[in-house]
Design a binder for this molecule. Structure first.
Ligand SMILES: C[S@@+](CC[C@H](N)C(=O)[O-])C[C@H]1O[C@@H](n2cnc3c(N)ncnc32)[C@H](O)[C@@H]1O
Length: 275
């Protein structure tokens, strides 16, 4: 029999969904529950019911805790071998289009979108591309829009950039400023940042490429299938889908609609326009 604490936890997620429209019910339970539990001690609350009462009464409190409900870890050129593979497997096909739409879903604070913009710039494709960078967390999107990263991350980002096959020098793309690195503004000229909830919102259509890396890992199987269906519907014929290194399309109910281009780097291509 389910214990009372689990009942309270489930009611809390239900309440957030009903009151604020954010649906965390399909998140993999262990990791989300740990994050919610950490909120209890952070805000000196006794149990999930107390947290629920406070959330229901104080919309501002919900906005405060929302960023803590998800994991926003990101890096520029994260998994450099993935970007290397992208250059080899995807870029040549993208070159054949006069205009390109790319969706970076779950972009967090923007590192992935800027990495992509740098690569497209080096390949001469940035001017013809619109990058839709979306996330459920408004605070992360605000940081993404600003494109300012802590200086102590730059060493790692530079190493990743070099390993990913970067054609220039990473410092060409930012200006250093009092402990921060500000990304060159032309990189975001064609970026559109917007709030989008993969659990509840609809498709962005006619994408040449959808990147959604290190997001599905936090979802349960049903939510993963919903989101993969969304991506299939958003992609044009022969469009590409890129997932994170620990994520896999193979065991989902959308596997039939995609061909594997690079199994290690989780790059897939949609097989047909009307599946
Ligand atoms: C670990 S970060 C991944 C960031 C980036 N894609 C990367 O791989 O470096 C996961 C992101 O997914 C976002 N996320 C979680 N649930 C989401 C949802 N339902 N809809 C959209 N984004 C979501 C989080 O806010 C977070 O920014």
């Amino acid at each position: 029999m389910i214990d009372n604490e689990q009942v309270e936890y489930k009611l809390l997620l239900e309440a957030i969904h009903l009151k604020y429209g954010y649906d965390f019910r399909g998140y993999a339970s262990g990791s989300l529950e740990r994050r919610v539990r950490a909120l209890l001690s952070k805000f000196r609350l006794n149990d999930f019911s107390e947290l629920m009462q406070r959330l229901l009464k104080e919309p501002d409190f919900f906005r405060t805790i929302l960023p803590h409900m998800t994991v926003g870890t990101s890096e520029m050129f994260r998994d450099p071998h993935f970007y290397k593979s992208m250059r080899a497997e995807i870029i040549p096909a993208l070159r054949t289009f006069a205009s390109l739409n790319v969706w970076v879903a779950g972009c967090s604070t923007g590192q992935e979108a800027y990495s992509l913009a740098i690569m497209l710039h080096e390949e001469g494709l940035l001017d013809r591309t619109v990058i839709f960078a979306t996330d459920v967390n408004p605070a992360a999107l605000k940081a993404a829009r600003e494109g300012i990263f802590a200086a102590d991350t730059i060493q790692l980002y530079t190493r990743n950039y070099v390993e990913s096959g970067g054609a220039k020098t990473f410092s060409d793309y930012y200006t250093a400023d009092y402990g921060y690195a500000r990304m060159a503004s032309y990189l975001k000229d064609n970026m559109v940042f917007s709030e989008h909830n993969l659990g509840t919102d609809g498709v962005f259509s006619e994408m040449n490429l959808v990147m959604c890396r290190n997001v599905l890992i936090y979802f349960d199987k049903d939510l993963q299938n919903r989101v993969l269906n969304l991506f299939r519907e958003s992609l044009r014929f022969r469009g590409y889908l890129c997932l994170g290194s620990k994520e896999n399309l193979r065991f989902s109910n959308q596997a039939y609609a995609f061909e594997t281009i690079d199994a290690r780097n989780k790059i897939y291509q949609k097989l047909s326009g009307n599946l």
